[in-house]
Design a protein around this ligand. Structure first.
Ligand code: GLY
Length: 372
């Protein structure tokens, strides 16, 4: 088991993230340590995960002496809405939750986002802990306290930073994960490797997308390294306060164009697929702007192909007009006046923040892959 702790400006005790096979079995003891005087634990999950994991987690909490309620929200990103959020908070009231009690999120990124935001808002804030059950949530979404729901105007527009007191990252929870969800997790793992650690990227290349990927003894140390990379990025800049200078905003690599493609697809394209295409876009922009060496897009494509991620950026762009892409990029929530802080790469492990107007991004992408 690997244990990481990090601090936040407004919490007396450190935040703990434990990674290892079987760590989530100690959820009852962890919850008791985090909230010694609590009477109730409120488990937020989704309709897919409830029978697979959340009911068992709830039983462990009951065994630790908590009066436990399980609240499944409808599964899927389209349900990450204010309506779902309010339904969770109202269920907390009906369950008799008080400020000294705790919330436990059992599920993927959507569950963590909704549960964390409900915990931030209920009676002005209750403690929560996370038991992520998808690869994406284990390596990324469960770490660092970004919580939000979507609005019709855009993704994650209603949210808060509300850091879980403890996260139990247990690869054994991935045994039930569908193929598409593996792909989504891989995209974020490659993103962390590309940003921060070329040697780790080589390890990812050796495992992800191969049959060994589901060998949890081999996967667990890679997940632990992912958590470590993410924590060292966010610790100095938890609130992403200066995107123009990097910090936490670096984690948006692949997400500017990725989110745009996801939005233009009416969210029919899964987040991880869109992020993979967004990473290809970032490689192209980096090479076309001359900050990455010739052949960089090809190297990134080869990497993504090796781990089974999609490469069809040009097909996805062709499916939507330039104008639609420009409009979605213009409504990007990270936009500052007329430009977007765009995360590019000088090479593997060498990120760089560019300031680009939506027009420039579209023009660079439309030039196609650089000839070799
Ligand atoms: N997933 C990006 C972040 O946590 O900042």
């Amino acid at each position: 088991m690997t244990r990481f702790t990090f601090s936040t400006p407004n919490r007396a005790r450190g935040i703990a993230v434990e990674v290892g096979r079987g760590v989530s079995q100690s959820v009852g003891a962890v919850a008791r340590r985090v909230r010694p005087a609590a009477r109730r634990a409120f488990v937020v999950t989704d309709t897919n995960v409830a029978p697979l994991h959340a009911d068992e987690v709830a039983a462990r909490l009951s065994a630790a002496g908590f009066a436990t309620a399980v609240h499944p929200i409808p599964a899927g990103e389209p349900n990450k809405t204010p309506k779902t959020l309010v339904s969770v908070v109202r269920a907390m009231v009906r369950a008799g939750l008080s400020r000294r009690d705790l919330v436990v999120a059992v599920g993927g990124g959507v569950v963590g986002d909704v549960a964390g935001l409900a915990a931030a808002l209920f009676m002005r804030g209750v403690v929560w802990i996370g038991v992520p059950t998808t690869l994406l949530a284990q390596v990324d979404a469960s770490v660092g306290g970004k919580t939000a729901v979507d609005l019709p105007e855009g993704k994650n527009l209603l949210g808060a930073f509300w850091v879980p007191d403890h996260v139990l990252v247990d690869p054994d929870r991935l045994g039930t994960l569908p193929d598409e969800a593996w792909l989504c997790g891989r995209a974020e793992m490659v993103k962390h490797g590309l940003l921060f650690d070329p040697a780790h990227l080589a390890d990812l290349r050796g495992l992800l997308g191969s049959p060994g990927e589901r060998d949890f003894d081999r996967l667990a140390p890679l997940i632990a390294r992912q958590v470590e990379l993410k924590l060292s990025c966010i610790q100095p800049d938890l609130f992403e306060s200066n995107p123009g200078r990097g910090g936490r905003a670096l984690l948006n690599l692949g997400h500017t164009v990725g989110h745009a493609i996801e939005t233009l697809s009416g969210h029919r394209m899964q987040h991880g697929r869109a992020v993979a295409l967004g990473i290809v876009a970032a490689a192209r922009v980096s090479e076309r702007r001359g900050i990455a060496p010739p052949g960089f897009e090809s190297r990134v494509r080869a990497l993504l192909g090796d781990v089974g991620l999609p490469l069809g950026l040009d097909e996805a762009l062709a499916a939507h007009g330039d104008r639609a892409l420009r409009e979605v990029l213009s409504s990007d929530k990270k936009r500052q006046d007329h430009t977007i802080p765009y995360i590019a790469l000088r090479d593997f492990g060498r990120p760089e923040v560019l300031s680009l107007a939506p027009d420039e991004i579209v023009d660079l992408l439309r030039q196609g892959p650089p000839a070799r």
